[in-house]
Design a protein around this ligand. Structure first.
Ligand code: FMN
Length: 194
């Protein structure tokens, strides 16, 4: 399977980067081919501008957006690896969705019926998240399943990808090394079984 990984963390020493490395190791072991889009490394512009919207309305697409859309179209599977920031996606990745998952590419709108239609043909998607909170804290505060709902159940399923898996590693800062090692093993397994 050809896999596109969209990775959003600014620090190459981060735990998220370790997850990326374990996950891609698993993918390679399973014989998948993959490409990583490291959004901070490529300095992706995450700001959907008036100029972008003007181009979309004329059926045109900014060059950097077209590059990303081509990568999405060519992949069988999409994977998103990032920390939970303010109960959701880092602005960098949110902006990638704002610009790359544009109307006419990721979804269509029927003006007569008012219906939206997902246009993406990717077979499956996987989201891997980390959070500082432990699971009980996140449940008590009411947001434990919010990252899954927003990015998985709404954004990805809305664009037509029916098979979306979500994994959230809680408590990654305070937990012990043995647990972090287990998380990395799980990330590798997720790559192997993707
Ligand atoms: C801007 C920002 C917002 C954050 N918001 C949350 C949050 O809402 N919930 C949470 O549990 N952790 C939150 N965190 C903590 C990160 O999720 C945590 O630092 C990260 O998962 C650790 O992985 P890393 O070492 O790869 O950065 C936040 C961190 C930052 C920098």
């Amino acid at each position: 399977m050809k896999v596109l990984i969209v990775y959003a963390h600014p620090n190459p020493q981060s735990f998220n980067h370790a997850i990326l490395e374990s996950f891609t190791k698993g993918l390679a072991e399973a014989g998948h081919t993959y490409e990583v889009v490291d959004l901070y490394a490529i300095k992706f512009n995450p700001c959907l501008s008036g100029e972008d919207i003007g181009m979309f309305m004329q059926g045109k697409v900014p060059d950097d957006v077209r590059d990303q859309q081509e990568k999405v179209s060519q992949a069988n599977g999409l994977v998103f690896i990032h920390p939970v920031w303010w109960i959701g996606l880092p602005a960098m990745l949110k902006g990638w969705f704002d610009r790359v998952f544009s109307m006419g590419f990721a979804y269509g709108y029927d003006e007569k019926t008012g219906d939206f239609q997902g246009l993406l043909k990717n077979q499956k998607a996987l989201i891997i998240n980390t959070a500082a909170a432990n699971e009980e804290e996140a449940k008590t505060m009411g947001w434990a399943d919010v990252p899954k709902k927003i990015e998985g159940d709404f954004m990805l399923k809305f664009t037509g990808i029916g098979n979306v898996q979500h994994v959230l590693f809680f408590n990654v800062i305070k937990t012990d090394d043995a647990t972090r090692k287990k998380y990395l093993e799980k990330a590798r397994d997720l790559g192997k079984t993707f």
